[in-house]
Design a protein around this ligand. Structure first.
Ligand SMILES: *Cc1c(COP(=O)(O)O)cnc(C)c1O
Length: 381
């Protein structure tokens, strides 16, 4: 038995929806009575918000977060009627009507956004739902301390709004010993006491792992749902969600001294088998080093990654183990997204969100992923 990819595909991104479901359950167990929302910005970190949202909704998730208004509009049809879709960037000037028409809840990040949303609420003659974000130290988004003072002194500024959530965002949550975590938490507590009472939310994925003091009423995990490690330097308690399988386009034997790839940066030190696989940096795979696997056998990248292809040193495999059309893992059981990221000097978030739309996509829910090792069957070892 070999894997049954259609002939034309160069690579397949396999998304394990059952793993996302398990990760959501694991986070909810950790959160106890705290509600577990879900962040589906950037098309659910590149994995497909239209496929991920129904899985989470079936688990009872009713609070979804996206970054842009357009993402909220696209997500709306894929979540239950009663679910709330929060737009983290709030409102661009002039976008109030369209946000309201699609029943989106803006995360208001400035006094201007509060005023614009309030003006629409008055015009419509009804309270509009809103979240309020406070900047507690990251200096990225949310009301500044001065803006908080103005709202605290004039609480009627919020009178036309249905305040669904008061939230802030942690800058260093993946580092559990970082002093900024507690500083931000204490500032959040002080600020919240000056505002009308509303449910509170501070924790992203990593924040959940900082413990119950950080949980408040709702958590907003993204990365951990998609299998990325939430705590830097610790074992990852979550299930991996993606597998990236590339197909072999061509094989060749080269001799000692022969160079491989652009710049001929890699040279064979002896007889070497090179396998060229159909994934490159245009697919979002990092251009730095890397490694593929066939079953348990590691196939190091030889030379630099090209735009559409990658050259692998397949010398560790028996002759004939790979043929054109065979499949190797680039992300899989032997190599996590976080490991690929570490090699490339970046974070798993960047690798995941850059894996492009060029791959064939396969969504699995419970069925095991096909293992490329099966290709070896019939080959004497
Ligand atoms: C992206 C984001 C999250 C989710 O963060 P993860 O680290 O992916 O869990 C939560 N809150 C805000 C404000 C965000 O921008």
């Amino acid at each position: 038995m070999t894997t049954s990819l259609p002939d034309a595909s160069g690579a397949t991104l396999i998304v394990d929806l059952a793993a996302i479901r398990e990760n959501y359950r694991a986070l909810r167990r950790r959160l106890g009575g705290t509600a577990c929302g879900a962040v589906l910005k950037a098309d659910a970190y590149g994995l497909g918000a239209d496929r991920v949202a129904p899985v989470l909704a079936a688990e009872g998730c009713r609070h979804f977060f996206v970054a842009h208004l357009e993402e909220g509009i696209a997500l709306r049809p894929h979540v239950p009627e009663a679910a709330e879709v929060f737009v983290l960037h709030g409102l661009m000037p002039g976008c109030e009507d369209i946000a309201s028409a699609h029943r989106l809840t803006p995360v208001l990040n400035s006094l201007e956004q509060v005023e614009a949303w309030t003006a629409l609420a008055r015009r419509l003659g009804r309270a509009l739902p809103a979240a309020l974000q406070l900047d507690t130290g990251m200096s990225r988004m949310g009301l500044s301390p001065a803006e908080l003072d103005r709202i605290a002194d004039e609480p009627q500024r919020l009178a036309s709004l249905g305040l669904r959530l008061v939230m802030s965002h942690l800058a260093c949550a993946e580092r559990q010993d970082h002093p900024a975590n507690n500083t931000q938490r204490l500032r959040f507590d002080v600020a919240r006491r000056r505002l009308p009472s509303a449910p509170a939310s501070l924790a992203n994925s990593s924040g959940i792992f900082l413990g119950p003091d950080f949980h408040y009423d709702m958590a907003r995990p993204g990365a951990s749902l998609y299998g990325l490690a939430p705590v830097s330097g610790a074992a990852n308690p979550l299930r991996p969600v993606v597998r990236l399988q590339a197909r072999i386009v061509q094989l060749r034997g080269i001799a000692a001294g022969d160079g491989v790839g652009y710049g001929l940066t890699w040279r064979a030190t002896g007889p070497t088998r090179i396998a060229t696989a159909a994934v490159g940096y245009a697919d979002g795979f990092p251009r730095s080093t890397g490694m593929a696997h066939l079953g348990d056998v590691a196939l190091p990248v030889a030379g630099t990654v090209s735009m559409d292809s990658i050259t692998l040193d397949a010398s560790a495999l028996p002759e004939g183990a790979l043929r054109p059309g065979a499949v190797v893992d680039l992300i899989g059981p032997h190599r996590s997204v976080d490991a690929v990221a570490a090699d490339a000097g970046t974070i798993g978030y960047e690798i995941l969100t850059r894996l492009g739309r060029r791959f064939r996509r396969e969504y699995r829910d419970g069925q095991p992923s096909p293992s490329p090792a099966l290709v070896l069957e019939g080959v004497p070892s």
